[in-house]
Design a protein around this ligand. Structure first.
Ligand code: 4NP
Length: 158
């Protein structure tokens, strides 16, 4: 059975599409991509149908991370069943996800991205949308660290 991973942020145009692409790069490099199904979604739906933010794309591209996903809204009725790991980027994403969960099984699938960081001690992946270049770089730094840590944690589970 494939492990099904859904990254979630507010708009699904900056952080979660980047998390999806960073994680896809890591599992490809390690040769385990066939064991995973990876997607991303936003809690808001404000940017549904749009590609990732151009600033986020350009920062990611400089690190060899190609953002291809198109924004979609998180669908509680479907996504809590379809995915094993639902990973929010900040505390607001986590509380929104928890408020949409209908049972303990759904709640138990919700994780916070920064809990998997190994090098960085941030407790959220900060929203870069209204900030400058350094915010986009920080998003990528945190995601590279956390995606490595997440893969390690999942592989340890077996
Ligand atoms: P994301 O960033 O949640 O990382 O995709 C944002 C994108 C758009 C907005 C906020 C955050 N917005 O306010 O439209």
């Amino acid at each position: 059975m494939k492990k099904r991973v859904l990254f979630v942020c507010l708009g699904n145009i900056c952080r979660s599409p980047s998390a999806e692409a960073v994680f896809n790069n890591i599992i490809k490099a390690k040769g385990v991509d066939g064991q995973y199904m990876v997607d991303s979604a936003g809690t808001s739906g404000w940017h549904v149908g749009e590609p990732a933010d151009a600033r986020m794309q350009s920062h990611a591209r400089k690190r060899g991370v190609k953002l291809t996903s198109i924004s979609r809204k998180f669908q509680p009725e479907i996504d809590f069943d379809e995915f094993d790991y639902i990973i929010g980027m900040d505390d607001s994403n986590i509380s929104n996800l928890k408020s949409m969960a209908r049972n303990g099984n759904a709640i138990s699938k919700i994780y916070k991205m920064t809990d998997f960081c190994k090098k960085y001690s941030y407790d959220e992946v900060p929203d870069p949308y209204y900030g400058g270049d350094s915010g986009f770089e920080l998003v990528l730094d945190l995601l590279e660290d956390a995606c490595e840590g997440f893969l390690e944690a999942v592989e340890k589970e077996g």
